[in-house]
Design a binder for this molecule. Structure first.
Ligand code: NI
Length: 163
């Protein structure tokens, strides 16, 4: 297991567009494994390659409670989106903070797996949100650009939600 350093908001690498992956080399496989290890270690539900300083179009997502259902997306793109959801969203590159973001409630995306086989995935609610959030990273965008109102501390948010 190898953990990579998660770049934080303000780091130039997070505002730059990423390049397409042409071939899954051993280095890319290692990167994907490290991204998964890093995401699980940080208790995240998604991580994009630029968040570990690599400007390639690669995203990993796992919204399962057990953390045993990783989704690996290479050169992903959204081909359909509809509906709307508004809710709190956070990012491993902005630890301890959340903000309200409106996203599509349903998305359909195409991506390549580690064998460079193209596949399609549909997601609703959290998965749709995660796909949108992570794909934005590949174009140098972060959710803070879309936040409605102020960012809040997660601790305060947790207290608020206990009430
Ligand atoms: Ni993020």
């Amino acid at each position: 297991m190898a953990l990579r350093t998660i770049r934080e908001y303000g780091d130039d690498v997070l505002s730059r567009p990423c390049k397409e992956v042409k071939e899954v080399t051993p280095r890319i496989r290692e990167l994907v494994q490290d991204m998964l290890d890093t995401m699980y270690d940080a208790n995240g539900v998604g991580l994009a390659a630029p968040q570990v300083g690599i400007l390639k179009r690669i995203v990993v997502i796992d919204i399962s409670a057990e953390g045993d259902n990783p989704l690996i997306m290479i050169n992903p793109r959204i081909i359909e989106k509809d509906g709307e959801q508004t809710g709190y969203e956070g990012c491993l590159s902005l630890p301890g903070k959340s903000g309200i973001v409106t996203r599509p409630n349903h998305v359909k995306a195409r991506a390549f797996d580690l064998d460079m086989k193209e596949y399609e995935i549909e997601g609703e609610e959290l998965l749709a949100r995660a796909i949108c959030h992570e794909l934005d990273h590949l174009d140098g965008h972060m959710y803070v650009e879309m936040v409605e109102g102020d960012l809040v501390d997660n601790e305060e948010l947790a207290k608020e939600q206990e009430k």
